[in-house]
Design a binder for this molecule. Structure first.
Ligand code: UD1
Length: 422
């Protein structure tokens, strides 16, 4: 299993290209199931989760050509409507095939998902919504079995769906299913995340009728069929935020390219509160961190546009080295503080009570052997390693490879010292 060796203490200088967003690319690739025409997607990041998605789509019968961030997909010969456990266990987002398979083919047999071990993460909202649209759904042997064969023309029926809790993939699954349903679907208390909007814009480019993207009520009027399209995936705002956090703890000056700062205001605001200078343009962000101490920042995660849970661990690494105490409250997922123990092994001072971490702030931390436990927890260990004295070895970095494209190459180009050990 690969490990990362990080030698801390080098300031970061230069430019870094931010990749396409994992969380937008996954549903966008999966949306190709909805049409029998060719869909060409560009700016697709090179990541383990993307490979898993492509393998899953190929298993279903989608013909796929991919090279260098461009993926062409044709779903004109779907041979299976099943997503087996072996393919989906490593990636929770594979639940996203449920809506498209059901709405285009009238059947779906999808394994309950795995993914990051950050709490229970049920899929009840996805299932309830599809049932409300008329599907028959049962769960047995770890599989969701869904059918619309009893409905007229096997079509889901548009209806009003109120989401009890804001769910990103839940909103995406229902939105995709609704594009081919009979009549209008209203998703109330819908997720407003930019990645949901990106998927919605792809669907519109395929001929879907969708209104209200980026608001908490999305209206979808079903159409008979969707056509092919060409579409570019948006930038990864979590990858961008992670490099900003790395610049805060390492010092230096880093320019992020291919980003739209308007889609990450809550993170930029908190980065500024740490004492770093942030200069925003329409296509980039420059972050400058001088030698003054890092100011601690209190964080409370929330649904977009509030502070993203996927940036919480990275800000913990910042606060660990800040000049004073801070509190980090996680409101989206239970059990998302697994990085705390590892940071403490490096010399951090953190107490966890319920869903809040109390961080004291220390002058320095030491390199250590640490274990990556989930995707964003791994990123916090990388950030801590960049600032630590001496060497940090991070084990189980397959978590990191699920979500960060060429991370050691990008960091080394900025002047860090990061080595992948096989
Ligand atoms: C997505 C992101 C993930 C991010 C998360 C929150 C993708 C591929 N993943 O995950 O990176 O951390 O949004 O921004 O886009 N819930 C239920 N029942 C459901 C669905 C969700 O109770 O049926 C709960 C979850 O347990 C969680 C909350 O709702 O407490 C939000 O989860 P959700 O937005 O669905 O997260 P994901 O879409 O899985």
């Amino acid at each position: 299993m690969d490990k990362l060796k990080i030698t801390g203490g080098f300031p970061l200088h230069g430019e870094v290209e931010i990749s396409g967003a994992k969380n937008a690319a996954l549903p966008i690739l999966i949306a190709s199931i909805l049409s029998s025409d060719q869909v060409d997607i560009s700016n697709v990041p090179k990541l383990k989760d993307i490979d898993t998605t492509i393998r899953l789509l190929e298993f279903l019968g989608v013909s796929i050509d991919h090279s260098d961030g461009n993926v062409s997909l044709i779903a004109n010969n779907i041979s299976k409507t099943e997503a087996p456990y072996d393919l989906v266990k490593t990636m929770r987002a594979s639940i996203l095939v449920l809506g498209p398979l059901l709405s285009r083919f009238g059947r779906a047999h999808v394994s309950l998902p795995g993914g990051c071990s950050i709490g229970a993460r049920p899929v009840d909202l996805h299932i309830q919504a599809l049932e409300k649209m008329g599907a028959n759904i049962s769960i047995h042997n770890g599989y969701i079995d869904a059918s619309t064969e009893h409905l007229s023309n096997k079509k889901l029926i548009g209806t009003k769906i109120f989401m009890d809790q804001v769910s990103v993939t839940g909103t995406e699954n229902i939105m995709m299913a609704a594009t081919l349903a009979d009549g209008k679907t209203f998703i109330e208390n819908a997720a407003r995340e930019p990645e949901v909007e990106d998927l919605g814009n792809l669907l519109i480019s395929m001929g879907a009728k969708i209104k209200g993207l980026g608001t908490d009520v999305i209206e979808i009027e079903g159409v008979a069929a969707l056509n092919g399209s060409q579409y570019k995936v948006m930038f990864d705002r979590i990858e961008a935020g992670t490099y900003m956090a790395a610049a805060v703890v390492s010092g230096g000056e880093v320019k992020l390219k291919n980003v739209d700062p308007r889609k990450m205001e809550s993170v930029i605001e908190k980065i500024k509160q740490t004492g770093a200078d942030v200069i925003e343009t329409s296509t980039g962000i420059t972050i400058k961190k001088q030698h003054q101490p890092i100011k601690p920042v209190n964080i409370r995660t929330g649904v977009y546009p509030l502070f993203p849970t996927d940036m919480q661990a990275q800000f913990m690494a910042i606060n660990v080295l800040a000049d004073g105490p801070s509190e980090i409250t996680e409101t989206i997922f239970e059990n998302r503080f697994m990085h705390v123990q590892e940071l403490v092994r490096m010399g951090a001072s953190i107490d966890v009570k319920g869903n809040t971490s109390f961080v004291k702030g220390v002058q320095a931390i030491d390199g250590a052997n640490v274990m990556a436990t989930d995707l964003r927890a791994s990123a916090s260990l990388v950030i801590a390693g960049l600032a630590a004295k001496g060497e940090t070895i991070i084990e189980r970095i397959y978590h990191l490879d699920r979500g960060y494209e060429r991370i050691e190459e990008k960091l080394n180009k900025l002047g860090a010292k990061v080595e992948r050990l096989n």
